[in-house]
Design a binder for this molecule. Structure first.
Ligand SMILES: Nc1ncnc2c1ncn2[C@@H]1O[C@H](COP(=O)(O)OP(=O)(O)O)[C@@H](O)[C@H]1O
Ligand SMILES: [Mg+2]
Length: 231
């Protein structure tokens, strides 16, 4: 099977004034469809930077990134964002929900950027409700983020990430703002999605969370320090 993600010698540096920080110094790995991978490493290791590159939200300084067989380095910004919307779903530590919108409207957000939106509105609402049911929020369609617990907000964010039926879910410290019970529930949900065939890439500095994945890639000093299956 072809990898869905393939990184070859990816580097990334940031420049602030005259100071250059080399964050990623040559990262290579491949991820196949239906994998559940945790990217681990201490704070400041470059995990978020790597996830932003994987998510086509940032471009590497050098190296080659193929997403679903497409060399994303050759794409225009517009083509890149099309790839992103079609193939990737995002979950962030701080949920990134729009406070004025209901759970349902937040889940519908990714469809607002779609060209054929008008045609599909009814089907979109049906799908958004199904996704909220799937994540266990069937009784909360019309709640706003402020009326939901942290774990529930993250469930809305996960439903939203699934809205465009992406091949890969990218989650950056999705349990970072949750207590341990809510964390466990979110990790269980990600596991279930993986069992249903979704590729999951989970960034975390928490070994208890990371060890729930099926493969663990550890980043240290800008390099892959280890890449092992989880028992
Ligand atoms: N936009 C940026 N400009 C300058 N430095 C940055 C930027 N983003 C991240 N960094 C630096 O890159 C390093 C890695 O950051 P990050 O990828 O957020 O690590 P992690 O997610 O593993 O904690 C840190 O030293 C951070 O300060
Ligand atoms: Mg981070």
């Amino acid at each position: 099977m072809r990898p869905v993600i393939s990184l070859e010698d990816i580097t990334k540096h940031y420049q602030t004034g005259k100071v250059i920080t080399e964050v990623l110094k040559g990262i290579s790995f491949s991820i196949h469809p239906k994998e559940f991978v945790a990217i681990m490493g201490p704070s400041g290791a470059g995990k978020s930077t790597l996830l932003y590159i994987l998510g086509c939200l940032a471009r590497p300084s050098s190296g080659r990134y193929e997403l679903d067989g497409v060399d994303v380095g050759t794409l225009s910004d517009e083509a890149l964002s099309r790839q992103r919307n079609a193939k990737l779903g995002f979950v962030f530590q701080s949920f990134h929900l729009i406070p004025q919108y209901s759970a349902l409207e937040n889940v519908l957000l990714p469809t607002f950027y779609r060209k054929d939106r008008k045609r599909g509105q009814k089907a979109d609402r049906r799908r958004a409700k199904e996704l909220l049911d799937l994540v266990g929020l069937d009784a909360r369609y019309h709640y706003r983020p402020g009326e939901l617990s942290g774990g529930q907000k993250q469930r809305v964010a996960i439903a939203r990430a699934l809205m465009n039926d992406p091949e890969v879910i990218l989650a950056d410290e999705p349990t970072g703002n949750l207590d341990s019970r809510q964390s466990e529930e979110i990790v269980r949900l990600l596991k279930e999605l993986n069992e249903r065939g979704r590729t999951i890439i989970l960034v975390t500095h928490d070994p208890d969370v990371g060890s729930q994945a099926r493969r663990m890639i550890t980043i240290r000093d800008g390099l892959v320090k280890s890449d092992t299956p989880c028992s």
